[in-house]
Each structure stands twice: as C-alpha cells, then as structure tokens.
Design a protein around this ligand. Structure first.
Ligand SMILES: NC(=O)c1ccc[n+]([C@@H]2O[C@H](COP(=O)([O-])OP(=O)(O)OC[C@H]3O[C@@H](n4cnc5c(N)ncnc54)[C@H](OP(=O)(O)O)[C@@H]3O)[C@@H](O)[C@H]2O)c1
Length: 253
C-alpha cells in the first residue's frame, strides 16, 4: 500500500496506537483525519493540523453524522481505520461484569461494524479503498483477565475475514492490524513486556507499505500469539497468562 498519497480517517485516533498511526500516515505524506470522543484530545490534534471529528462508535447516529461530515470535507477519503476500542478487566464471578462485557462488545465489535457499515457505500462507489480493522493478539490467545475483550477481538478477526470475502472484486481491501501488547501513554497496569509504541508503529508502517498489502499486519512480537494453536504452545501460554488473574481486584491475596 502506498502510504504517501492516501486520505485516511482514524476512528479512535485521539490517543495511543491510533494517534501514532495518524501521525505516521501524515508524516508519510497522506492527508489524515481523526475521530474520537475526547474534545481536548481532538482540539490538540486540530492544532497539529489534523481534521478532527467527534464520534462515539457506540451510537449509530453519531457514526452517521461523523461519516457525513468526513465525506463532505474529504470526498477523496480512501482509507478508514477502525481503531476505537476499550480494554477492560472483568471478573466473571462478579455478576456486575456483564455491564463491562456489554460495553466491550458494543465498542469493539459493534463499533467496528457501525463504522465499516457507514463508510462501505462511499468506498464501494469509489471502487478503491481500504478498511484497516484492529483486532489483537488476545483474540488468538486468551488473556484471562479480559474475557469479553478477547471475545470482541476474535470476533473482529472473524468479521474482517468475511468482510474481505464479501468485498472481494470491488477494489475495497480489508487489512487486519493485530497488535500485541503495546505501551501507550497513560495506561495503568502497564505490561512490562509491552512493545514501545514508536517501535511498534515503525514495524506496522513497514508492513503496511508492502505491495500487495498483507491481509494481516503481524509484527514480530505478535507471532507467538497469532500462531500459538498451530505451534502447539497454546495450553502452556494460556496457563502462563492465567497468572495475570491476580490483576483482578477480587483475586488479590
Ligand atoms: N495497546 C495495546 O496493548 C493493544 C493491544 C492489542 C490491540 N489494541 C487495540 O488497539 C486499539 C487502540 O488501543 P490503544 O492501546 O491505543 O488504546 P487507547 O489509547 O485507549 O485508545 C483507544 C481509542 O479508542 C477510542 N474510543 C474508545 N471508545 C470509543 C467510543 N465509544 N467511540 C469512539 N472512540 C472510542 C478512544 O478515543 P476517545 O476516548 O477520544 O473516544 C481512543 O482514541 C484498540 O482497539 C485496542 O483494543 C491495543
């Protein structure tokens, strides 16, 4: 994929991986807009020259009005990144976890579907374009303190596969970004094994620049998650990762 002449919208670009990818696309020469809910973050990005759009992906009307505003300002929009996501801990022994599950699925899965649905007619009409969906290594190898998160990301993977097949032949590509743990500013309970954001973003942009663009963007650090089942390391890794259940407040001793 050429990274230098695109018109990109990063939904969920107000912080973390999304903001860094927005910066990288802009640095490569593309025109970049970002969406999100946080007004202060959007204002800072506007000062840096990004187009900014308020959007809540859990609200279909908000996604539709964001879509209308983006396409009106950027009729040449050709790339939509569905980055919005929440990563929430859940103790399944606490019945209150269901609300966390609902928020997680509504944001990570339905949010992805709402954004893809909103922009599909535009990209189909252009006859060329790219959706970059965002799953996670945790969609392939569970991280037990985040059951609904893993389910939402496994679902984004499955959805991306079928979406790609449905759009085949239209000129609209579907690329799935599969991040491993990445250290983003401000994250609590930081994982000491998380990749530095800058290194991750450099690897991602190099992989995206390949022609043809790979269906999945797999940095070196996510290969052990992505292929654990195939490689026979799955059970051992799940047992190792279950030690992180001590992160749950109710399980601390
Ligand atoms: N960092 C990691 O270790 C890691 C690993 C694997 C996958 N991922 C995935 O990568 C993506 C980015 O994560 P991150 O680590 O960069 O986290 P982050 O810094 O918390 O970024 C999350 C982004 O999602 C947006 N968002 C959340 N809820 C939203 C909503 N209802 N409507 C619109 N936007 C919403 C946030 O914007 P507002 O708050 O402004 O709405 C923010 O821009 C997520 O999908 C995450 O699951 C991250």
């Amino acid at each position: 994929m050429d990274l230098s002449h695109r018109t990109v919208l990063v939904v969920g670009g107000t912080s973390g991986i999304g903001r860094e990818m927005a910066r990288r696309f802009a640095a490569a020469g593309s025109t970049v807009a970002v969406g999100g809910r946080n007004p202060e973050a959007l204002a800072r990005l506007a000062e840096d020259g990004f187009g900014t759009f308020r959007v809540d992906v859990t609200d279909a009307a908000s996604v539709a009005s964001c879509r209308d505003a983006v396409i009106s300002r950027y009729p040449e929009l050709d790339t939509v990144v569905t980055m919005s996501g929440v990563m929430l801990l859940e103790d399944v022994r606490d019945p209150a976890h269901f609300e966390t599950a609902r928020t997680t699925i509504d944001t990570n899965l339905y949010g992805t579907i709402r954004v893809v649905d909103a922009f599909t007619p535009h990209l189909l009409e252009r006859g060329a374009g790219t959706f970059i969906t965002v799953s996670s290594g945790i969609g392939f190898l569970p991280f037990p303190p985040m059951p609904s998160y893993g389910a939402s990301k496994a679902a984004v993977h499955a959805y991306s596969e079928a979406l790609r097949a449905q759009l085949d032949g239209t000129g609209v590509e579907v690329v799935e970004l599969v991040p491993p743990a990445v250290a983003v500013p401000g994250r609590q309970n930081a994982n000491p094994h998380a990749l530095p954001l800058e290194d991750f973003a450099t690897e991602v942009m190099d992989l995206l620049a390949a022609d043809p663009t790979p269906r999945e963007i797999l940095v070196e650090g996510v290969l052990m998650h992505r292929w654990a089942e195939r490689d026979g390391t799955y059970d051992e890794l799940v047992a190792q990762r279950s030690k992180a259940l001590s992160l749950l407040p109710g399980r601390r001793v």
